[in-house]
Design a protein around this ligand. Structure first.
Ligand SMILES: Cc1cc2nc3c(=O)[nH]c(=O)nc-3n(C[C@H](O)[C@H](O)[C@H](O)COP(=O)(O)OP(=O)(O)OC[C@H]3O[C@@H](n4cnc5c(N)ncnc54)[C@H](O)[C@@H]3O)c2cc1C
Length: 325
């Protein structure tokens, strides 16, 4: 069996890796020039920012053994400081009873994707806009495959399905957008007992702030500080078209309120706009992927908007293909 996988995010890489272990060949087609999808790291002027997912919390799922035993351990770091909460930028410890182990890589979380992709065939800069179905075969970029796995966020996957006149029960899968702001300060880290703060209610425009250089050593030069701010779903949607300068200015007002005047001027400031950030509604795995089918969907949009869930979905889809081989 030869499998085409569309997308080199965590779900696609999990599918390819699981198939490879079972001796099944796959080709991963990736539209961008890098691995990881929403697990993305940007490095500039000595700052290292995770622009999408901040950390991975394995929570006993399939990725736990892979992360902690099978992949190279070099640069893997357990995040020591907890996540606190904020209400209108007033920070408190919050309920730590559900705190879970979280991991990152010193060089950035995208290293996870690089490690997962080891020995896999990935074609970069290859956006798939059409797949031709020919009997029980799939033709992708003029290559013939026995099975097809779609892993892009569900709105994009739905377009590909539509182009093939295929239909799956995916109406419930919806995503929110997220504006992420990367900030590098020529100031030492603020004196804090957390690595990130979260506002679970999403009332304030700032839902999440990760102090990257507290989360993981080496994310900024000595005496400098790297932060990534994620805006709420509502704020992100309402201000998605605003200029980067406006979004950065808004973000810097919040860092000043939290940490003082010296955090009102950033040495590095960038915006990353995630149109499909995390799902707000999910499709149902069993309804979308039926045993015996050679057209399958692996995406956080049918298991949950987290790395460990995307990985789990990729493994489950690969196992369905292994069963019919
Ligand atoms: C701002 C933000 C913060 C987050 N924080 C966390 C966190 O702290 N912890 C956590 O566990 N999760 C977090 N998540 C969620 C997590 O990143 C995702 O759930 C997970 O990475 C989804 O993986 P995936 O493989 O399903 O999809 P994706 O990562 O979206 O991968 C899909 C891939 O398909 C490619 N693609 C799309 N269309 C095509 C096409 N037509 N042809 C070829 N390739 C295509 C894309 O380029 C992409 O590489 C966060 C996400 C965001 C955006």
């Amino acid at each position: 069996m030869k499998v085409a996988i569309i997308g080199a995010g965590i779900a696609g890489l999990a599918t390819a890796r699981t198939l490879k272990t079972a001796g099944i060949e796959s080709v991963v087609f990736e539209k961008s020039r890098g691995l990881g999808g929403r697990v993305n790291t940007r490095t500039t002027q000595g700052y290292i920012f995770d622009t999408g997912a901040t950390s991975v919390a394995p929570r006993g799922k399939a990725i736990e053994k892979v992360l902690l035993q099978e992949l190279p351990q070099e640069g893997l770091i357990k995040v020591e400081k907890p996540i606190f909460v904020h209400t209108g930028l007033r920070v408190s410890r919050g309920d730590q009873s559900r705190a879970t182990d979280r991991y990152v890589y010193q060089s950035g979380l995208q290293q996870l994707a690089t490690n997962l992709a080891h020995d896999l065939k990935v074609l970069f800069n290859t956006e798939i806009e059409e797949v031709i179905r020919n009997g029980n075969k799939y033709i992708v970029q003029e290559e013939i495959f026995d099975a097809l796995v779609l892993t892009a966020p569900i709105p994009q996957t739905s377009q590909l399905l539509w182009s093939m006149s295929e239909n799956r029960p995916l109406a419930n899968a919806a995503y929110r957008s997220c504006l992420s702001v990367m900030l590098g300060f020529s100031q030492p880290n603020p004196d804090i007992h957390y690595h990130a703060i979260l506002e679970p209610e999403q009332v304030h425009p700032m839902t999440w702030l990760s102090i990257e250089s507290v989360k993981s050593p080496g994310r900024a030069d000595a005496d400098k500080c790297a932060m990534v701010m994620q805006m709420s779903a509502r704020f992100s949607q309402e201000n998605y078209q605003k200029s980067d300068a406006w979004i950065i200015d808004t973000a810097l007002q919040f860092t000043r309120s939290l940490y003082g005047e010296s955090f009102h001027q950033a040495e590095v400031a960038m915006v990353k706009k995630w149109k499909y950030s995390q799902p707000t509604g999910l499709g149902k795995f069993e309804a979308v992927n039926t045993p015996g089918s050679t057209l399958l969907i692996a995406s956080d949009g049918i298991t949950g908007g987290r790395i460990e869930e995307a990985y789990e979905c990729g493994v489950k889809v690969a196992n369905l293909l292994i069963d019919i081989q």
